[in-house]
Write a protein that binds this ligand. Structure first.
Ligand code: SAJ
Length: 412
């Protein structure tokens, strides 16, 4: 009998919180990651990214002995796959990490085991996992085994709360797979568990993030129209949302992160001729950073100024995650386009500039106070709470570009 109940492959943004809540619910969990540095930190109870509540929960799971972390997997009854599913240069889904994850545990698999895919994936991936396993282990082809998709739904910044409270969709390749997987999630999830088949669960997850992307694209396009017409978009949205059936999201500098900016492409790739709206929304959101750069460039040209402060680099408010961040793209674009313009960047969530900005002589990471002492143009790229504390009188003395609507009435 294996001494482990659940082996989680991939200890990143989803694998880590999932392992921790399972371990704290009493399961013996073994987490696996190829990143040796991460394994060392996690084994010592140190979280690899900032997220409210994760440090304490990780420490208690390690101290109780219910969570172990290593670079090699252990035989288990349940395998959870929580690895990245990026898109390639042609916007096609890259499921190679999932394949590697299955390969890494194939030799340990046995009859009655349950494989759960948490990673957001193209429709058909859960069945693909079953097929890969059977290819690698023909001896298990006739064994009873279970395969299910339980897509993660947590939002960075509220992960540890949402992982418990959100409803979950659990899709099995057959009814028994769904039921078996649901039982595991019932041990920690207080939301409702909705059972379905694997393909429906895969499409449901892609639908959720594409819905959000399309709606943000609407807000972003509206902001470009309003700018063209010289109307304050934030006021328009506030007023339109007074209608009982209108709920417009917030425009921003673009859509970042590893989910909403990526997952809609999985739908486009699966039905290229039938997804013009979803594709178009992606394009609108991807074009928004360029709109912001052009606005700043126009200001610099018209005022002959040679410096600008950029507030925020994260992909959204109050997180330290810079992945696919439109703010980083805007900074890189400005640094390249204006080598003689000084960029004073304020990002309280990081200690050093990201790799993409380190080689520019004109880019500096500075304190908020230094930025306000030295720069006249202040560009708000991320609505971190800390920026809300800047006094109105300080802002009134500056020229502002507010991509997030934090200073609605003061924007240039
Ligand atoms: N954004 C806007 N305007 C808005 C809302 C968001 O510009 O009104 C931008 C944010 O600034 C950010 C991006 O969109 O750059 C995405 O942020 P987000 O907070 O909407 O979502 P994520 O990517 O952090 O998490 C999403 C969530 N999905 C949905 O809300 C449908 C989360 O529940 C998923 O678990 C996660 O994707 C995921 O991992 O798939």
């Amino acid at each position: 009998m294996s001494e482990i109940d659940v082996c989680v492959v991939g200890m990143g943004y989803i694998g880590l919180p999932t392992s921790v809540v399972l371990a704290n619910a009493g399961w013996r969990v073994h987490g696996v990651d190829i990143n040796e540095k991460a394994v060392e930190l996690l084994s010592n109870g140190v979280a690899t990214f900032e997220e409210p509540g994760i440090s304490a929960a990780l420490k208690s799971s390690v101290v109780s002995g219910n969570l172990s972390v290593a670079t090699v997997p252990k035989e288990s009854k349940v395998y959870i796959i929580a690895v990245p599913t990026p898109i390639d240069a042609n916007f096609e889904p890259d499921t190679s990490y999932i394949r590697s994850a299955v390969e890494s545990v194939a030799l340990l698999a046995k009859a009655d085991d349950l494989f759960i895919l948490e990673s957001t994936s193209p429709v058909g991936t859960t069945e693909m996992i079953r097929d890969i396993l059977h290819d690698l282990r023909p001896d298990l082809s006739n064994a009873v085994m279970y395969f299910a998709h339980c897509p993660e739904r947590v939002i960075p910044g509220r992960m540890m709360k949402e992982i418990i409270s959100n409803d979950r969709v659990v899709g099995g390749i057959d009814g028994n797979s769904a039921e078996k997987a649901a039982n595991l999630y019932r041990s920690f999830c207080e939301g409702e568990i909705h059972l379905t088949d694997a393909r429906t669960a895969e499409l449901t997850k892609l639908t959720e993030n594409s819905f959000r992307d399309v709606n943000i694209a609407f807000a972003n396009e509206l902001s470009i129209v309003a700018d063209h017409l010289g109307v304050n978009v934030w006021e328009v949205i506030e007023l339109a949302n007074k209608h009982p059936r209108v709920q417009i999201l917030q425009p921003g500098p673009g859509v970042g992160g590893h989910c909403i900016a990526v997952d809609p492409w999985f739908l486009v790739a699966s039905a290229p001729m039938k997804t013009s709206l979803i594709r178009s929304a992606r394009r609108v959101n991807d074009s928004k950073p360029r709109f912001v750069v052009d606005k700043i460039a126009k200001y610099l040209r018209e005022t002959n100024r040679e410096s600008v402060a950029l507030l925020g680099l994260a992909f959204k408010a109050n997180v330290d995650d810079l992945r696919e961040s439109p703010a980083v793209n805007i900074a890189v674009e400005l640094a390249e386009q204006f080598p003689n313009v000084r960029l004073s960047i304020v990002e309280p969530f990081v200690d050093e500039l990201p790799r993409a900005l380190q080689d520019f002589d004109n880019v500096h990471l500075v304190d908020l106070q230094v930025a306000f002492d030295n720069e006249q143009l202040i560009v708000l790229l991320v609505d971190h709470d800390i920026f809300k504390l800047i006094p109105k009188s300080t802002l009134e003395a500056k020229d502002l570009v507010d991509t997030r609507g934090m200073w609605k009435e003061l924007d240039i």
